[in-house]
Design a protein around this ligand. Structure first.
Ligand code: PLP
Length: 284
């Protein structure tokens, strides 16, 4: 692979970052993952808007413009011939010169890394046809989950816990309510209503979530933005999650309880089709 590091397009083996980089020492970095369909970027503006917000919230200075971000993404797609997958982007506060709780001096350049990832089964893998099974775990993450930082340790442990239990993914639960999935936003379907937790600092403001809610509003479908419990999900007709790399993913089991007939539900399947169609239409 050819990757991008601080202005250069180089083979991945040659891409090196300091041991004093704030991203390495303190998890002091933000990231984005933009999905690529037919060689084009989906929801690109949304991802860049969230990136700018994450950087601002953490006071990380990075003067790359949206046009420049787009040019870097496109060049990586071209250099690597990527048609289906994603582009990972990370900006850390840069090389602090030593381990130090203080931010490095103003003017220290951020460390900027981008690379492509192929996901050949993104459109039709076994999870899509069979649906996913989730377990709940307590939400032990910090309280600024609206900022997309690389501090993913608890998310990683949660996902591993689910897989070690023979399931696919974990849902975080806090104060009795589901916050979100290990790397996705969650929804339940009751009758003709789609229920999802409202935005706050408790969850990541998913770009796929925003696009899906727009699609639902345009089609006058019923949406309730309110917190729900594991029991609500277990009694629901359907459940699903959204993320840039999975679009709309049907959920068929929650903490050992099968939803409906145990197969992906019609609403989730239909929304997946519509979302992918719309994402294709607006990809750049
Ligand atoms: N919530 C969390 C914790 C995530 O890590 C992600 C994606 O990585 C999402 C939600 C979904 O966000 P998006 O739709 O922007 O990919």
């Amino acid at each position: 692979r050819t990757v991008y590091l601080n202005g250069d397009y180089i083979p991945e083996e040659e891409a090196q970052v300091s041991i004093f980089d704030r991203g390495f020492v303190m998890g002091d970095a933000v990231y984005e993952v933009t999905c690529v369909l037919d060689g084009k970027l989906t929801d690109f503006e949304g991802h860049m808007a969230r990136l700018e917000r994450s950087l601002r919230e953490l006071q990380i200075t990075c003067d790359i413009s949206r046009d420049e971000w787009l040019a870097i993404h496109r060049k990586l797609l071209e250099l690597n011939g990527l048609t289906l997958g994603g582009v990972y982007l990370q900006v850390s506060r840069g090389n602090a010169g030593d381990r130090d709780f203080h931010f490095p001096p103003a003017g220290t350049p951020p460390t900027v890394v981008l690379y492509t990832q192929e996901h050949p089964d993104m459109l039709d893998g076994p999870k899509v046809t069979k649906g996913v099974r989730v377990i709940s775990v307590p939400d032990l993450r910090w309280h600024r989950r609206d900022i997309k930082t690389v501090q993913l340790l608890w998310a990683s442990i949660a996902k591993m816990t689910a897989e070690q239990a023979g399931k696919d993914d974990a849902w975080f639960v806090e104060d009795g309510f589901v916050t979100e999935g290990s790397s996705n936003n969650c929804y339940i379907v009751k009758g003709d209503t789609i229920i999802t937790r409202p935005l706050s600092n408790d969850i990541l403001h998913g770009i796929t979530r925003a696009s899906l809610l727009k699609i639902l509003a345009e089609r006058q479908m019923k949406v309730e933005e309110r917190p729900f419990t594991i029991e609500d999900a277990q009694g629901a007709d359907e459940a699903f999650y959204t993320s840039a790399s999975s679009f709309v993913m049907p959920i068929v089991e929650v903490d050992g309880v099968t939803l409906g007939d145990g197969m992906p539900g019609p609403v989730a399947q239909r929304l997946r089709e519509i979302y992918i169609d719309e994402a294709r239409k607006h990809a750049i």
